[in-house]
Design a binder for this molecule. Structure first.
Ligand SMILES: [Cu+2]
Length: 328
């Protein structure tokens, strides 16, 4: 008859629920971003909310799953960083080349993260293009503490959800590849691939245009000029190291591509320079442009805007290059 037992029951249910969800949040090693596009860079941030048996975390090891390539961990002050490089299950396309091996395990050790505190362990990676959409990738984490350890390594069976597990491995849902591989464009004997640009901050005085030109013909041809919708003027530039100093110069006559030759326009090398872009470039957008060749004539291209990780033509180990050293 009385409503009180019912009230008590629902209060209990509510607090039990709160407790359960708090436990779920606090008691797991999780990834801050649990979704990522295939064929795109991914910044993994593993969140550690507590230690083991109320003691401080002193070591964390993450295992990198297949399909997650070009991994580079971020060092942490007070922790010693070590990695294990292994051969991938298969070679993966990575920009212009193939990657056959990379970091498969990261360990941060020797630090001290008290149970009462929270911290993050970060690495950058690239989700391979051929990881199918809706794949869930698992990153088993072993957390060692002053006393005891937590193995966040459980991977759910087909009929389970990560949530159902006691100590699930942090996981990531892969979304469809961002901008499927751009088609090659042909102009005469010239094959044009990987036409792209990069995001720019507001007010940037220049933006870069990058692409690969291959001359499949018997005669040389010359890239005479280029243009893009967001700038009134586009120049063909060359960067080179002279006497140990990186310098850049415009090539007013353009660039000749010999028969059989492939030229990469990439950060730190030949590039197109969009002068005074009318607005910042945003990751994922596509800019209409045009290249003009002496023999092949004009051809329309589309510059796909990549994030700052989009150093497509630069080998992963040397990533960085680019326009940071530019003076205009
Ligand atoms: Cu330049």
């Amino acid at each position: 008859m009385s409503v009180i037992p019912h009230l008590i029951r629902s209060l209990c249910a509510a607090s039990a629920l709160m407790l359960a969800s708090q436990t779920a949040v606090l008691a797991h090693a999780t990834l801050e971003q649990d979704k990522a596009n295939a064929n795109a860079a991914y910044k993994a941030v593993i969140k550690i909310g507590h230690g083991c048996e109320q003691t401080a975390t002193t070591r964390l090891t993450v295992t990198i799953p297949d399909g997650v390539i070009a991994v580079k961990p971020m060092p942490k002050a007070g922790w010693t960083l070590t990695t294990q490089t292994k051969t991938y299950a298969k070679p993966y396309d990575y920009y212009h080349g193939k990657l056959t091996e990379g970091v498969r395990e990261i360990t941060w050790a020797g630090g001290n993260l008290p149970d009462a505190y929270y911290d993050e362990f970060t690495f950058q990676a690239f989700i391979a293009r051929d990881v199918p959409a809706d794949t869930r990738l698992f990153f088993p984490v072993v957390q060692s503490c002053e006393k005891g350890r937590n193995d966040w390594v459980e991977i759910p069976a087909a009929n389970q959800k990560p949530h159902d597990l006691k100590s699930p491995a942090p996981s990531l849902l892969v979304l469809a590849a961002q901008g499927a591989a751009p088609q090659a464009v042909k102009a005469g004997s010239m094959v044009i691939t990987a036409v792209r640009s990069r995001v720019t901050p507001a007010g940037a005085p220049v933006a870069g245009g990058y692409l690969t030109l291959t001359n499949q013909g018997q005669q040389a041809d010359r890239l005479v000029s280029a243009s893009v919708e967001i700038a009134d003027l586009t120049e063909i530039h060359e960067m080179a190291t002279k006497d140990g100093v990186m310098t850049m110069r415009a090539l007013p006559d353009g660039l000749t591509i010999k028969p059989g030759e492939t030229v990469d326009f990439k950060p730190g090398s030949f590039h197109l320079m969009f002068l005074k872009p009318k607005r910042p470039l945003v990751e994922g957008e596509v800019l209409k442009g045009r290249l003009v060749f002496e023999k092949a004539g004009p051809v329309s291209v589309e510059f796909r805007v990549e994030g700052m990780g989009g150093n497509r033509a630069t080998p992963p180990a040397g990533a960085g290059g680019g326009h940071t050293g530019h003076v205009h």
